[in-house]
Write a protein that binds this ligand. Sequence first.
Ligand code: ARG
Length: 260
Amino acid sequence: MAKKWLVGTLMAIMLFSLMGCGDSKAVNNKSETKKVLKVGTNPNFAPFDFMDSDGKMAGFDIDLIHAIGKKIGREIQMENIAFDGLIPAIQAGNIDMTIAGMTITEARKKSVLFSDPYYQSGLIVAVKMDNSQIQSIHDLTGKKIAAQIGTTGAMSARKIEGATVREFNASPETFMELKNNGVDAVVNDLPVVQYFIKTNGAKDFKMVGEVLSAESYGIAMNLKNTELAAEVNRALAELKKSGEYDKIYEKWFGQKSPQK
Ligand code: ARG
């Protein structure tokens, strides 16, 4: 009797695992499309989201979302979307979530549901190396500033008295404009400016003044998607605990993660 039961159980297990295999291979069948998680980003924001030299999406966000997908058993499908189109795409249900170095703000919280913070950031001012007049945000009154479209950098630049703000799609474009004297300064996220200066413009640009604001990045989802948000938060906490988060952090920032 006991043997029969054991054989039966084993067969059931085999059957289940076979079904599982078939499922994950048949990319186009219905159950698989359900498992896919459509994640939008704007890959103009190195080292968080960018296109690498092979034309593939890469960065801290991309590695992190794949690690999260693995934890929650969902296949990640990345979509390239303009930054100011990300929140509308979530609201329209065209994508399930976005990971795009997106700052958690009170205004955005009215339109999307954010995960727990996954990165502590802030804004900084950058100018040309030979500029000695602009030493902080206080020297930007009436100046021309470049920022990325729809970002917190653009929003805070617009609050500066008399400043003209020019918005660009990508962070490198803002620096091009600065180099060509089209603007006096760039306002963007500190880690992105740091990375750009280190990899592209160490001789041309410098950061000035203090970090303007404390900002945290969150993964954004539809306001109704509380279940998914709970899963993402659980995965994020597990990744932080297991050290996987730290590994990804060190890969992209070359130093130990400050957050635990
Ligand atoms: N942290 C800034 C914001 O949320 C900039 C994000 C830009 N991200 C991007 N992938 N282009 O407004």
